[in-house]
Design a protein around this ligand. Structure first.
Ligand code: HEM
Length: 163
C-alpha cells in the first residue's frame, strides 16, 4: 500500500515538473521569442533552452511512465483501457508516448543534424508560429488529461460513479 502511494507521489511530481515546464515554454518563452527582432537569434536561444529542458524532461517522463504502469499493475486496472469512461487513461498513455518519441528519438536526431550541418538555416517568425501552435495543442491535451485523471482517479467518472 505504501509503495502504491509512493508511486502516486512520484507520478504527480513527475507530471508537475514536466507539464509545468511545457506550460512555461508555451505561454511565456515562445511568445517572448516570437517578438524578438532576429528570428535566427531567437531560434538559437530556443534550441539551447530546449536541449536543457529535454535532458530534465527525459527523467520526468521516465518516472511518470514507470510509476504509471506500476500503479496500473498493482490495481490490475488494464481493463480500463477497454472502457471509454477511462478516456484519461488512454490520453495519459498517448501523451506519454508522444513525448517519449520526441525526447528519445527526434530530439537527439535534431541535435546530431545541427552539429553536422550547422543550425538555423531558414528561420523566420513563421517558424515560431508553427512551434507555438504545436506546443499549444500538446499543452491543451495535457491539461485536459490532468483534469480528467484527477477527477477520474478520485471517483468522478463520466458515468457518474467509480467502479
Ligand atoms: C505511461 C503513461 C501513464 C500511465 C500508465 C499512467 C497511469 C496512471 C494511473 C494508474 C493512475 C492512478 C489512477 C487511479 O488511482 O485510479 C494515474 C494517475 C494520474 N496520472 Fe497518470 N499515467 C501515465 C501518464 C500520465 C501523464 C502523461 C500525465 C499528465 C499529462 C498523468 C497524469 C496523472 C494524474 C494527474 C493522475 C492523478 C493523480 C491523483 O490525483 O492522485 N499521467 N496515472
Amino acid at each position: 500500500m505504501e509503495e502504491f502511494v509512493f508511486a502516486r507521489v512520484l507520478h504527480v511530481l513527475g507530471v508537475v515538473l514536466w507539464i509545468g515546464g511545457v506550460a512555461m515554454v508555451t505561454t511565456v518563452l515562445l511568445p517572448t521569442l516570437a517578438r524578438m527582432q532576429s528570428p535566427t537569434e531567437a531560434m538559437l536561444f530556443f534550441e539551447n533552452f530546449r536541449r536543457r529542458f529535454a535532458a530534465q524532461a527525459r527523467y520526468s517522463t521516465l518516472f511518470v511512465g514507470l510509476s504509471g504502469f506500476y500503479m496500473t499493475y498493482v490495481m490490475d486496472a488494464w481493463s480500463r483501457f477497454l472502457q471509454w469512461q477511462y478516456w484519461w487513461m488512454h490520453t495519459m498513455v498517448l501523451i506519454w508516448l508522444l513525448f517519449t518519441i520526441m525526447l528519445f528519438v527526434f530530439e537527439p536526431r535534431t541535435r546530431k543534424n545541427e552539429s553536422t550541418d550547422g543550425t538555423n538555416k531558414n528561420v523566420s517568425s513563421q517558424s515560431f508560429v508553427r512551434i507555438m501552435r504545436m506546443h499549444f495543442v500538446l499543452l491543451t491535451l495535457s491539461l485536459i488529461t490532468v483534469a480528467g485523471a484527477v477527477a477520474g482517479s478520485h471517483g468522478w467518472l463520466i458515468s457518474g460513479s467509480a467502479s
